[in-house]
Design a protein. Structure first.
Length: 199
């Protein structure tokens, strides 16, 4: 059971809960956005190095993300996917550094299956009012807020955007967020109590 905004929410989900120590803050996301928005030569070099670090440190996750980004996607959705997938990883890298463990292919697939199972559970329950992405948002509120904000901006532009492609990108990002969250190694000073899991 978790405390959310002074209200009790009984967690019913196929996705493992994300501990508080694995949360990404809005301060880090602001820093990442500033880095990715730098259009100068130094900004381009920083992005190139970031992509290389991502592929080197998380090859299994990077390969899974590449499967989505290699599809014949709408150009706007594709650009959004590149931007947000890198932003999510950078946020974890800057927040946790060496505390972020490597995700192997089995971890990626397990996360993917957990998300699919969670979605199926909710579709089959007529009383269910919480979607799978809402569950992830409760666990990583700042990060999902950041992702949703950028998706909303794209969807509100006057140019026509392929909604189904944006949805593919969103689902890809959910997998990335959950997988990276579970890759964070607990700090050595963390007490072994339920406090680490209660917000």
């Amino acid at each position: 059971m978790f405390v959310r905004n002074k209200a009790m929410w009984v967690r019913r989900a196929a996705i493992r809960p994300i501990p508080l120590y694995a949360r990404v803050t809005s301060t880090t996301l602001d820093q990442v956005e500033a880095l990715l928005s730098d259009e100068g030569a130094s900004g381009e070099e920083a992005l190139t190095q970031a992509f290389r670090r991502f592929e080197t440190s998380q090859p299994a996750l990077a390969a899974r993300i590449a499967l989505t980004l290699r599809r014949p996607l709408d150009e706007t959705a594709l650009a959004l996917g590149y931007f947000l997938s890198l932003a999510v990883w950078l946020a974890f890298e800057q927040t946790f550094g060496a505390q972020l463990g490597e995700i192997v292919e089995q971890d990626v697939e397990t996360t993917h299956q957990a998300i699919l199972f969670d979605e199926e559970l909710r579709r089959n329950d007529p009383k269910e009012t919480v979607d799978t992405d809402d569950v992830v948002a409760m666990e990583q509120p700042e990060l999902l807020g950041f992702i949703r904000e950028h998706i909303d901006v794209v969807l509100e532009t006057p140019e026509e955007v392929a909604i189904e492609d944006v949805d593919l990108i969103y689902r890809m990002l959910l997998l990335e967020v959950v997988a990276l969250s579970h890759a964070v190694v607990p700090p050595t000073s963390l007490p072994l109590s339920k406090a680490a899991w209660v917000a």
